[in-house]
Write a protein that binds this ligand. Structure first.
Ligand SMILES: CC(=O)N[C@H]1[C@@H](OP(=O)(O)OP(=O)(O)OC[C@H]2O[C@@H](n3ccc(=O)[nH]c3=O)[C@H](O)[C@@H]2O)O[C@H](CO)[C@@H](O)[C@@H]1O[C@H](C)C(=O)N[C@@H](C)C(=O)N[C@H](CCC(=O)O)C(=O)O
Ligand SMILES: Nc1ncnc2c1ncn2[C@@H]1O[C@H](COP(=O)(O)OP(=O)(O)OP(=O)(O)O)[C@@H](O)[C@H]1O
Length: 487
């Protein structure tokens, strides 16, 4: 949509240089500028967007927006560049969220999984071609899927994707909404029809400073949402959210939950439970395993029901949904070899504990001698405190541990592995830095019945190493190795 000079002044609330007649696109990245588009210079954490104004102009930017004067360049000077970016992105794409039903999902854990459950329910009700998804793992615009780069992209990405969805005839969209997304105004101006809160545990303190700020940031999604709001009452912050935001309903194990989980049990390779709803009881079965996934399924179901979903359609959708990419993703080909191989995104001690608890249940169901073999590692340039804790958890919950390289970024993979190993039981742990070789070792050691957990990278397709990025997708590598005759 073309924004003229007057519209630009209204949107930005500041003087726009006289020379600017109109703008047809907006970006915060000089490399993505198109002729006639606006470039918004964000003062980043590492570099300042203003440094890239010359490149933006050389690519044909018709408007520069920044928080300070850019010498020699007519600039719209705004108090907050990210707010300006979001406002321009919403308007230039024609306010797409107002033409869609957008479901926002936030929380520390379970956002992606809950998003996939809700997407499966919506797809069953309205058709995959009328349903969209934006998550850490994938972006789905109707039937077309692409790999996602971020949980919640910058405003031009979010609004651009929503606009693509409108053009493609999508009506219902699940938008995984991170606290970065809210704090950095990536979703500002997005019209949410419904909101779901999964839980809140310690994370992202580098961005928020305190848990209180982290919570209040997530709470804003609920302040923006006029329609149905669901919160996990079993979580301390979820309970608080329901108390603080009028009209918020709850789900969980608690007796007082509006949507109450009862009778959870492992059944037919998946999980079954009853959901007591304000309008009667639903018998739900899901292929997903693990206590936490019962909460994810319950929350997604509750929000869908509050939005008027047919319960029968919902029950069928939950039962037949596909695996979530990289979240306890079972590799089918492994079963032909008598073993179970699971790829999971767990990249913290807490995540590792959750996945290994479920893996242990699966192993026990496969036989008294079945072992859990865990391949894991910690990322570089990130929280170092978790490294020995990951070693401890893996040694406590797995029979065999193989420490390997995750995304090392600029750090030495051997040094990271050594730090992880300080927490591990070295009598049952090997370090194999090459991730492919580590997986190969685990598969060669696995005996019939064993469960192999490949933790850390989940759906991701690139490994970031000090020498550069390489293509690496755990499930693909597992399949390749399983297809290679042992030699
Ligand atoms: C810590 C953090 O949030 N960093 C964000 C920040 O990066 P930065 O300050 O280092 O800045 P920069 O990207 O180097 O550059 C500053 C500006 O110059 C621009 N630039 C840069 C280079 C160039 O050639 N031309 C150009 O115009 C950039 O587009 C940017 O606008 O500003 C960038 C642009 O807006 C963001 O992309 C970047 O997110 C980074 C990539 C990131 O990974 N963020 C993570 C932590 C994140 O957002 N995670 C949450 C989910 C977390 C979860 O739920 O677990 C998410 O929603 O994904
Ligand atoms: N409801 C939940 N409560 C606690 N832990 C969970 C829950 N759901 C998932 N997990 C754990 O968190 C991991 C990541 O799950 P998921 O990707 O759904 O969460 P997320 O919030 O989207 O995180 P990310 O944005 O990092 O992908 C899972 O592998 C599992 O170990």
């Amino acid at each position: 949509m073309l924004l003229d000079h007057a519209a630009l002044g209204d949107i930005l609330g500041v003087d726009v240089p006289e020379s600017v007649t109109s703008v047809g696109a907006v970006t915060h990245d000089s490399r993505d500028v198109v002729p006639g588009g606006a470039f918004v210079a964000i003062p980043g954490f590492l570099v300042d967007g203003v440094d890239f104004v010359p490149q933006a102009l050389s690519r044909g930017a018709s408007l520069v927006v920044a928080e300070r004067e850019v010498p020699g360049v007519p600039t719209a000077i705004v108090p907050d560049a990210r707010t300006a970016l979001a406002r321009l992105a919403v308007e230039v794409t024609g306010r797409p969220s107002e033409k869609l039903t957008v479901y926002g999902i936030t929380g520390t854990n379970g956002k992606t999984t809950s998003s996939y459950v809700l997407h499966a329910i919506l797809s069953a009700a309205y058709g995959t071609d009328h349903t969209g998804l934006m998550t850490t793992a994938e972006i789905a615009v109707g039937d077309s899927r692409e790999v996602s780069e971020r949980t919640t992209g910058e405003a031009p990405i979010v609004q651009g994707n929503l606009a693509r969805m409108v053009d493609a005839g999508v009506q219902h969209v699940v938008l995984e909404t991170s606290s970065h997304g809210i704090h950095l105004h990536r979703v500002l101006g997005t019209h949410y029809a419904a909101a779901l809160f999964t839980n809140l545990t310690r994370d992202h303190i580098d961005l928020h400073g305190t848990m209180e700020d982290y919570y209040l940031t997530k709470r804003r999604l609920f302040e923006w949402t006029a329609g149905p709001k669901l919160s996990n009452v079993d979580d301390v912050y979820g309970k608080r959210l329901a108390e603080e935001i009028p009209g918020t309903l709850t789900f969980g194990l608690s007796e007082n939950a509006d949507y109450r989980i009862v009778g959870e049990r492992v059944e037919g390779g998946g999980t079954a439970f009853e959901l007591q709803t304000p309008r009667g009881m639903l018998e739900l079965k899901t292929p997903l395993l693990g206590d936490y996934n019962v909460h994810n399924v319950a929350g997604a179901s509750a929000i869908a029901l509050e939005m008027g979903m047919d319960p029968e359609v919902l029950v069928r959708a939950v039962e037949t949904m596909d695996q979530v990419p990289g979240r306890f993703e079972r590799v089918p080909a492994a079963l032909d070899h008598g073993i179970e191989v699971v790829v999971d995104y767990a990249h913290t001690d807490i995540g590792l504990q959750a996945v290994l608890d479920v893996a242990r249940d699966v192993a026990q169901a496969r036989g008294a001698d079945a072992r859990v073999i865990c391949i894991y590692g910690a990322a570089g340039d990130r929280d170092k405190a978790k490294r020995p804790l990951m070693g401890q958890v893996a040694s406590r919950l797995a029979d065999v541990g193989i420490i390997t390289t995750d995304d090392a970024y600029s750090e030495d993979p051997q040094a990271i592995a050594d730090e992880v190993a300080t927490g591990a039981d070295l009598s049952r742990t090997t370090i194999v830095l090459d991730r492919r070789k580590a997986i190969e070792l685990a598969l060669s050691q696995a005996r019939p019945g064993d469960v192999v957990v490949v933790a850390g990278k989940g759906h991701e397709r690139v490994q970031h190493l000090p020498d550069g990025d390489i293509e690496f997708h755990d499930a693909t590598v597992v399949n390749e190795l399983l297809a290679t005759p042992a030699g």
